[in-house]
Design a protein around this ligand. Structure first.
Ligand SMILES: *Cc1c(COP(=O)(O)O)cnc(C)c1O
Length: 430
């Protein structure tokens, strides 16, 4: 058991003295499942190898970016080539044009784009742009949606904020949080009422088009329609946060798959091919207000970094030329069906929610439609399930409130082996 992870333990004990909680991102700290995080040495395709030499079939993919699997040879080569030519210039490079063109071509609503370094920067900047252009201050977000660690959006947030039970972070001022209105996801009536009350002062509504950060939750058509029509009527900027879903649920993101036409879109994760890169973009009418074309401040020493844009371009070109989406759908559907059957055979109450290659096995009867229903899950039972899977060489999300990701590098054998492992794990915890 833990003796198989001696080096992981040693390294993590040391890490705790060096970094708060031993990590550089709260989502990795295993707060939702207890125990010691596993320290990794390398990864190839669908396989993670930890510092003790244990192997795991990976369903995190670095929380989304690795849709083509780890260490894809074409992407590795693109990165090596770019790095050898210069790591950063702080000046324009051709790769920035290439990536911007790929994004604009892929995402229907995006006419202009600005490259940044993370998803958090993308949502922060999109929010500033919406406020700057409208001259309004208030913003609506939805409980259990996560948009990075932007102060104004760290209110009733999902992901590690949900896992660790800190919906409001110390350090976020009452003034900042006071401009954020939190509504339940999928609640059309609440949305309508909020627009009636605050319409003229609403700068933006930001939302996850398919939520991954409270476990997987789908939007209803009525909710998507209300979002678009209410924001349009009120002159409020609709920001579709596709940091997780972009290039994941379709090449053009959730907006292509679900037919959403947002004003601004935020991206991260896959768009950087595993390197730190984010982007925000949208209608030219809005984007022309970003500095230096307009007055809304945005800048970054490493923004549009040539090594990151090389990884992003290589990833998007592969997704475009050799579309994995049909295969991802098939693999994910097989995994979902296998998990559902395994749970029901073991007599464990679960509901599986899936869109494309993202899914969550919730330990409750469901359906899960918003944060309130997500929170009803049996997180203690999920934690047991997680550790039983680890012992069987399968790496699932270390929280009930995170989606898992199937990658194009998963084989049919990987999926069958995972279902068998889950079958044993569910039997063990039943
Ligand atoms: C991951 C994520 C972010 C934050 O991106 P970082 O690169 O971690 O800053 C924002 N929004 C959504 C929907 C995400 O999944």
């Amino acid at each position: 058991m833990q003796s198989r992870r001696v080096q992981s333990h040693k390294l993590f004990e040391r890490a705790k003295e060096l970094m708060p909680g031993g990590v550089n991102s709260a989502a990795r700290a295993f707060g939702g499942v207890g125990g010691t995080p596993i320290v990794f040495e390398s990864a190839q395709g669908s396989t993670l190898v930890d510092v003790d030499g244990n192997r795991y079939i990976d369903y995190i993919g670095s929380w989304g970016p690795m849709i083509l699997g780890h260490s894809h040879p074409v992407i590795v080569e693109a990165v090596q080539e770019a790095a050898a030519k210069g790591m950063s210039f702080g000046a324009p490079t051709p790769g920035e044009n290439d990536l911007a063109e790929l994004i604009i071509e892929a995402v229907p609503s995006v006419e202009m784009v600005r490259l940044v370094n993370s998803g958090t920067e993308a949502t922060m900047s999109a929010l500033r742009l919406a406020r700057g252009v409208t001259g309004r201050e208030k913003v609506i977000k939805f409980a259990g949606n996560y948009h990075g660690h932007v102060d104004a959006l760290l209110v009733a947030a999902g992901s590690s904020a949900a896992t660790l039970g800190v919906p409001n972070s110390p350090g976020v001022t009452a003034g900042t949080a006071g401009d954020t209105i939190v509504l339940p996801y999928n609640d059309v009536a609440a949305l309508e009422q909020s627009f009636q009350e605050h319409g003229p002062s609403l700068a933006a509504v930001i939302f996850e088009p398919v939520v991954g950060n409270m476990g997987l939750v789908e939007p209803t058509d009525a909710f998507l329609n209300a979002l678009r029509s209410l924001t349009r009527e009120a002159g409020t900027v609709l920001i579709c946060d596709e940091v997780m879903t972009g290039f994941r649920l379709a090449y053009g993101g959730a907006q292509e798959r679900l037919g959403i036409d947002p004003d601004l879109t935020t991206m991260g994760k896959i768009v950087g091919g595993g390197l730190p890169l984010g982007a925000f973009g949208g209608k030219r009418e809005l984007m022309k207000h970003v500095l230096p074309a307009g007055k809304v401040f945005q800048a970054g020493t490493l923004s549009g970094n040539p090594v990151a844009t090389a990884a992003g371009c290589a990833t998007l070109r592969l997704l475009k030329s050799d579309s994995p989406y049909a295969r991802l759908e098939k693999l994910a559907e097989r995994l979902a069906t296998g998990l559902i059957t395994a749970a029901s055979d073991a007599g464990v109450t679960t509901v599986l929610q899936r869109v494309g290659s993202m899914m969550t096995l919730f330990f409750q009867a469901g359906p899960v439609t918003d944060w309130e229903s997500a929170a009803r899950s049996d997180t203690a039972l999920y934690a047991k399930f997680f550790w039983e899977l680890i012992e069987r060489g399968v790496y699932f999300p270390c929280s009930q409130f995170e989606a898992l990701f199937v990658s194009a590098a998963h084989s049919e054998d990987d999926i069958e082996a995972t279902i068998e492992a889950a079958r044993e794990a569910l039997r063990a915890i039943a």
